[in-house]
Write a protein that binds this ligand. Structure first.
Ligand code: PMP
Length: 323
């Protein structure tokens, strides 16, 4: 049965015309609903410009997510980049970096028929300090399996569980939480992937364990390869986290964040591999030590004012609180 568009809705205690009953594109109802999205990060370059990390890979993942949810996505890579450029130039502040959320909201259609979507880009100023080490817990909530809500699809509704895990973690004094998969092995954190060091090697679970196909992991893997550090994707048991030599979480927004305690237990200060990779990551994305596999796309031009500001903050980076 096809439903007809009504004339009015009742919203917040009063009748409103259908077309005026709107939610803001940034509210949680919208961003954690039927949409697919990407978070991309712009870093200040030595010439003062702002450049986004591995943008084409983010565009391609957005295409994959949209395709898996049968959402039409017509924007070319050039149009996508143009949108980011226009917003960056409108909002950029010389002493800040920026995180952008590009969201394809489903705005028309029902049950997958006549689906239409609109691309919205929002941007937030980000501070430039190094992330503080965090307390990491293990949630009682679990990542949904591939046959329910695939972790491979970066859709807002996938983050309902992450939100519950964060609420659970806050009560335990944990800044982030590990989500286990349906088999009880490590999948990922609420908005980032897990890196674990044991006996000199870095391990992370493969995406088939219930993790997003992370782009930051590709960067970390490339840096590890260049530095001769063994890097392997393999399943990780919950108990391995506790006996790990070093742990970190990584993602576009999280960046590379060291873990100081896991489930309330301090990690031994036995290994500095992830700290080395963290330094390499920041040096690559800020153009201090570029890496051929970590491509950077400029979205604001180089200016003398920005260049001066870029130099200033590079010299004065202090640890920041985890987000
Ligand atoms: N897992 C989840 C659930 C995430 O939201 C993110 C952040 N996009 C990641 C992992 C890390 O992915 P990426 O490195 O591509 O940002």
């Amino acid at each position: 049965m096809k439903l007809q568009k009504p004339e009015f809705v009742h919203m917040n205690g009063r009748l409103r015309p259908w077309d005026e009953a709107t939610l803001h594109v940034g509210c949680e109802a919208a961003i954690r609903g039927l949409n697919v999205f990407e978070g991309v990060k712009g870093y200040r370059q030595p010439d003062g410009s702002l450049a986004i990390v591995m943008l084409r890979r983010h565009y391609e993942r957005l295409q994959r997510s949209a395709s898996l949810l049968h959402i039409p996505f017509e924007h070319t890579y050039e149009a996508f980049t143009r949108g980011l450029r226009e917003l960056a130039e409108a909002l950029v502040q010389p002493d800040k970096e920026m995180w952008f959320r590009t969201t394809l909201f489903v705005t028309q259609g029902h049950w997958g028929e006549d689906t239409a979507a609109e691309l919205v880009i929002t941007a937030y100023q980000a501070d430039t300090a190094l992330p503080h080490p965090i307390n990491l817990g293990v949630s009682t909530w679990r990542r949904s399996p591939d046959v329910s809500l695939p972790a491979r699809i970066k859709t807002g509704s996938n983050y309902q569980v992450a939100r519950l895990a964060r609420i659970e973690g806050r009560a335990l004094g944990c800044e982030d939480m590990v989500l286990l998969n349906q088999s009880g092995r490590v999948a990922e954190a609420t908005g980032s992937c897990i890196l674990m060091v044991r006996e000199g090697s870095v391990f992370t679970p493969p995406a088939s364990e219930g993790a997003l196909e992370s782009i930051t992991l590709l960067a970390i893997e490339a840096l590890a390869r260049t530095q001769g550090i063994p890097f392997e994707r393999r399943p990780i048991d919950r108990t391995e986290l506790v006996v790990a030599d070093e742990l970190a979480i990584c993602g576009t927004l999280a960046e590379v964040v060291p873990v100081k305690t896991i489930e309330g237990r301090p990690l031994p200060e036995k290994s500095t591999i992830l700290k080395t990779l963290q330094t390499g990551y920041f040096q690559a994305v800020r153009g201090i030590a570029p890496h051929p596999e970590i491509q950077m796309t400029r979205v604001t031009p180089a200016t003398r004012r920005n260049k001066k500001a870029a130099g200033r903050f590079r010299d004065s980076r202090k640890p920041k609180r985890a987000r």
